[in-house]
Design a protein around this ligand. Structure first.
Ligand SMILES: *Cc1c(COP(=O)(O)O)cnc(C)c1O
Length: 403
């Protein structure tokens, strides 16, 4: 076999479909968020980043940075081991307590990323319960899908955000059969929000466990940043809440919060929790400072929502198609992979605006888009410049009629 020829063929098919991924080489500038230096072969230039998941700019929050510096200075660089073998630092312990409190649960468990937390938790629960069946929202994140697949449990997909469809499927199983219902609160590509209350009611009525991914909501919704479930007073209805420390909290790592037994089962059986080195103490310290800060301060959350609303309103006046989002996420429809990539390229080269194109398989074919994430630090002047620039690019590429 000619291995290289085979690999080249696989890459070329991605290129031909217009969905080959190109990473932009940037360096974020501390104190100047959301600006970054963009590096290309020929030049370095300052750009505005409009697609970061550091939603609130916590990646440069002073409390977070101070905590990280202090942890490095007192504990050094790495954790030195897996959680079981010398890698449980005091920072990990404090952070898990803080996260359990955030979600009003008995315990929490840290992972090296949100992806791993979903993969580890779902695969462990669904494989440990005898003959478990998993019900998964059709738009669930790749990390949840992978966890469910790895469990080898039988699985069914319910229509997106559709409690009636979920109920219909749940009713087909024996009442005593273990069932796990997995969904998200804020869906990251469309920005819509799940009917958590109804999904929990249907699940409880059918005696199923509930698992909620709040990755795009923790830090950002609820009076203490506990997510959509906190905002709606529903945290107690969920058996497991999963979140990340890498988006609104601006650092890295993932976690689940749940009752003591479920936490202990995953701690004791999940391979991707057990057999990997724990997060560096400085990361845990930074995340701890970030969670604590956003429990108390709603200022960033409030400005964030106001900026997202303002951007949506300004875009709607132009004829650019803003997809119906109920959250801070502002997706604008292009509907074609090549023009989507092209729009992103022109924004970067001619307007110093960085927005990554989102193409298949992240979103369905025909729904290619630019996914814009304003933050509290994108001011109204920057919003106006973005809207004017988008209008020019939309006209140039003939994407949708512009007023
Ligand atoms: C980003 C994301 C994750 C993974 O979180 P990381 O901390 O980046 O690994 C999980 N679920 C959803 C819905 C996400 O968008």
């Amino acid at each position: 076999m000619n291995y290289n020829k085979y690999f080249n063929g696989a890459l070329n098919s991605l290129k031909n479909e217009g969905r080959y991924r190109v990473f932009n080489d940037i360096k974020r500038t501390l104190g100047n968020f959301p600006k970054a230096i963009h590096y290309s072969n020929s030049e370095e230039k300052e750009v505005s980043v409009w697609c970061s998941n550091d939603y609130l700019g916590m990646g440069q929050n002073k409390n977070v940075l101070t905590a990280m510096h202090e942890a490095i200075d007192s504990s050094g660089a790495g954790s030195g081991g897996t959680r079981n073998i010398s890698g449980t630092s005091h920072y990990h312990v404090l952070l898990e307590k803080e996260l359990a409190d955030l979600h009003n649960k008995e315990g929490a468990l840290l992972f090296t990323s949100g992806y791993i937390s979903n993969e580890a938790s779902l695969s462990t629960i669904a494989s440990i319960l005898p003959d478990c069946v998993v019900l998964s929202d059709e738009l669930n994140h790749a990390s949840m899908i992978q966890g469910i697949k790895n469990s080898k449990a039988e699985r069914f997909i319910f229509n997106h955000n559709d409690p009636e469809h979920l109920d219909k499927i749940l009713k087909t199983f024996h009442p005593d059969r273990p069932k796990l219902v997995a969904f998200e609160s804020v869906y990251s590509m469309d920005g819509d929000i799940a009917p958590i209350k109804e999904l929990c009611e249907v699940s409880k009525a059918n005696n199923a466990l509930t698992y909620l991914d709040e990755v795009h909501a923790v830090g950002m919704y609820g009076p203490r940043g506990g997510g959509i479930a906190e905002r709606e007073g529903l945290m107690d209805e969920l058996d497991i809440i999963e979140g990340t420390l890498a988006k609104a909290y601006g650092t890295m790592g993932g976690y689940i919060a749940s009752n003591k037994n479920i936490i202990d089962v995953i701690r004791s059986f999940a391979s991707s929790f057990i057999f990997t080195t724990s997060l560096p103490p400085a990361i845990a310290a930074g995340a701890l400072a970030s969670v604590k800060y956003l429990k108390k301060s709603s200022l960033e959350r409030n400005i964030h929502q106001a900026r997202a609303k303002s951007l949506k309103e300004k875009l709607k006046q132009t004829g650019i198609v803003v997809m119906p989002s109920e959250s801070h996420i502002v997706p604008i429809l292009v509907g074609d992979p090549t023009r989507c990539k092209k729009a992103s390229d022109i924004l970067l080269s001619d307007f110093s605006i960085y927005i990554q194109p989102i193409n298949y398989p992240t979103v369905p074919k025909g729904k290619e888009r630019l996914r814009i994430t304003p933050s509290p630090l994108h001011d109204e002047k920057m919003i106006d410049y973005l809207v004017e620039s988008l209008k020019k690019v939309w006209r140039e590429l003939n994407i949708s009629p512009i007023s």
